[in-house]
Design a protein around this ligand. Structure first.
Ligand SMILES: [Zn+2]
Length: 302
């Protein structure tokens, strides 16, 4: 640790201020790098399912720090580029920028369009408390609105809901039958059973048509099952350079290693389990960013 006791009080004030300014500059620099990493999808190449995951596991930030940085990056470089100049000249700090970002999101949910540049000039140079006051004046109901879903980590979301007595009784009955089980697990099990029934019905009809034909794009249940068994329900993307395998178990999709469009067969060897990020990443590598972007635009109609 650097010894500071030789500094006079005045010098200490000044140098603390300089250090704070440097921290602000370094943070902005980090956001710029993160933007570029996202743009080049480098987190995916390295075997991370999201930029957030990359910031936690590769850059070693804590959960909430990572969320803050990723949100700040998106806000500053994507939704409100005018925030960048304000952060650079110090009239806005990261905390108030993030408060503005959350406020704009909530406002949008309530159907109120607020111009980011107008909001930013209002919060410029203000303290957190002053900024909160501005928000409540702008949309009083914003702090009353009941938030139903709140992401807690990249894999977990808090859902708040009201249930009727019947739901509660059925839940109790279920728990009595199966032993103490967290409600979230029950919901997952019921949903899985529900969709399995639908998928089985679908695959029964399609399997008759496809009947394990490797030249068909359709992936029969037997192949799905053996791929799922091999993957252990985890994304099978592996970074060639580091050997790192993605840890995501969310929204897994079946993907043809050698694309079906290019003659790849529907066999367990050619089918793999990929998370959404890596499915998109591999498709981008194979077909180019422009093609994939235009397909996404067509699908989302934007
Ligand atoms: Zn993945």
């Amino acid at each position: 640790m650097v010894r500071l006791d030789h500094l006079s009080d005045e010098e200490l004030h000044e140098q603390t201020k300089v250090a704070a300014e440097q921290e602000q500059v370094a943070t902005l620099k980090l956001l710029e790098f993160l933007y570029e990493v996202q743009d080049r999808q480098l987190y995916a190449a390295r075997g991370y399912a999201s930029l957030h995951d990359y910031v936690i596991k590769y850059l070693k930030y804590g959960e909430s720090q990572a969320t803050e940085r990723v949100n700040a990056m998106r806000f500053v470089f994507i939704s409100a580029p005018e925030a960048k100049t304000k952060l650079e000249d110090g009239s806005l700090n990261l905390t108030t920028a993030l408060m503005s970002e959350r406020f704009l999101k909530k406002a949008k949910k309530l159907g109120k369009e607020i111009e980011p540049s107008q909001l930013l000039s209002q919060v410029e140079g203000k303290s957190m408390r002053e900024v909160e006051r501005i928000f409540v004046t702008e949309i009083p109901e914003i702090f009353d609105s009941k938030e139903k879903q709140r992401p807690v980590t990249s894999d977990l979301t808090e859902i708040r809901m009201l249930v009727c007595n019947e739901t509660l009784e059925l839940l109790e009955r279920y728990k009595n039958l199966k032993g103490p089980t967290p409600t979230a697990d029950i919901l997952l099990e019921l949903l899985r059973t529900h969709f399995k029934k639908i998928d089985d019905k679908k695959s029964f009809t399609c399997a008759n048509a496809a009947s394990r034909n490797p030249d068909s794009r359709y992936i029969p249940t037997s192949i799905r099952n053996s791929v799922a068994e091999r993957s252990g329900g985890r994304c099978e993307y592996v970074d060639d350079k580091t050997g790192r395998r993605c840890e995501s178990r969310m929204r897994l999709q079946f993907d043809h290693r050698e694309p079906f469009a290019l003659g790849g067969q529907t066999t367990p060897e050619n089918i793999r389990h990929l998370c959404q990020t890596h499915n998109l990443y591999e498709a981008t590598l194979m077909f180019g960013k422009e093609t994939i972007d235009s397909i996404i635009r067509q699908k989302t109609g934007s």
